[in-house]
Design a protein around this ligand. Structure first.
Ligand code: NDP
Length: 277
């Protein structure tokens, strides 16, 4: 069995019926052009089929080029991009979406997310996303950095709800209440910075567990999010790490080790805090 078939990416079915791979490659801070193209190619070769980008990352051009030229049928790759804060509002969101499509050079994206819950414009932005989804140019719509009150606000105002909420999530920021709420409302939670942005990779409590399973600390963190039912999008530009980060489907953390990892929560945010955004 080769590495790719061993990885055998598990998929989830979203609330609107479409499938999303449980693991993808993150691309924040990866430079456009050669660096992002090489990273996407390596990831696709390793078996990744989900790519997470955003307008603000400035690399949509290279991401799109790598996808168009990889030889894998477009429908087998799940592409996410996001609406940046200054583009929020009904008309502006439509324009920004069209611009992202054009920069990517793709006919559609799989998932379009509101990047941050900008108070003054987020409801108008959501209205635009609902219409964009209806146009067929995007297969699913969702949000990012939404807390429970932000999601409740959407529920109070719209019939069409996000199918994904992408938030910072790792054992040091175990957002259990948000996870329970999303499960209850059939919103798939997606873990960004699943390796705590690299800040906690040598934590000795993770190392103890990693040794037991003969896995790396990064693999333990990724596996923990997967076993909590999240889509997980670790970022790396290094081939060995890209391959390592997807080799997480051949072991299972025990209930005891999941609980030990759950208990590491210290509300650590390596990104900005949406509760006082
Ligand atoms: P991650 O938690 O994925 O950590 C990335 C860091 O870990 C990098 O420094 C990387 O270094 C290092 N790393 C990766 N794999 C390994 C490994 N196996 N061993 C050792 N070090 C490793 O951080 P991100 O913040 O990038 O989050 C992932 C993705 O989530 C982003 O790229 C982006 O797509 C998304 N995101 C979304 C946000 C939002 O607001 N919606 C906010 C933040 C992130 P190197 O590259 O040198 O290998």
């Amino acid at each position: 069995m080769n590495q790719k078939s061993q990885n055998n990416l598990q998929q989830y079915t979203l609330a609107n019926g479409i499938k999303i791979p449980s693991l993808g490659i993150g691309t924040w801070k990866i430079r456009d052009g050669r660096e992002v193209i090489r990273t996407i190619r390596t990831s696709l070769d390793a078996g990744y089929r989900l790519i997470d980008t955003a307008k603000i990352y400035g690399n949509e051009k290279g991401v799109g080029k790598a996808i168009r030229e990889c030889g894998i049928p477009r429908e087998q790759i799940f592409v996410t991009t996001k609406l940046w804060n200054k583009d929020q509002g009904y008309e502006k969101a439509h324009k920004a979406f069209e611009k992202s499509l054009k920069t990517l050079g793709l006919e559609y994206v799989d998932l379009f997310l509101i990047h941050w819950p900008v108070a003054a414009a987020r409801l108008e932005s959501w209205k635009a996303l609902v219409d964009i989804a209806a146009s067929g140019k995007c297969r699913a719509i969702g949000v990012s950095n939404y807390t429970i009150p932000h999601l409740q606000e959407l529920m109070n105002n719209f019939d069409v709800l996000p199918v994904v909420n992408q938030v910072e999530f790792h054992p040091f920021l175990y957002q259990k209440d948000l996870l329970d709420f999303c499960v209850q409302h059939n919103i798939r939670l997606e873990a960004y910075s699943p390796l705590a942005h690299g800040e906690k990779l040598s934590d000795p409590r993770i190392t103890v567990i990693a040794k037991k399973y003969e896995k790396s600390n990064a693999q333990i963190l990724i596996r923990w999010s997967l076993q909590h039912g999240l889509v997980v999008i670790p970022k790396s530009t290094h081939s060995q790490r890209i391959i390592e980060n997807i080799a997480v489907y051949d072991f299972l953390l025990s209930e005891e080790d999941m609980a030990a990892l759950d208990s590491l929560n210290e509300n650590l945010r390596t990104c900005w805090d949406p509760t006082d955004f």
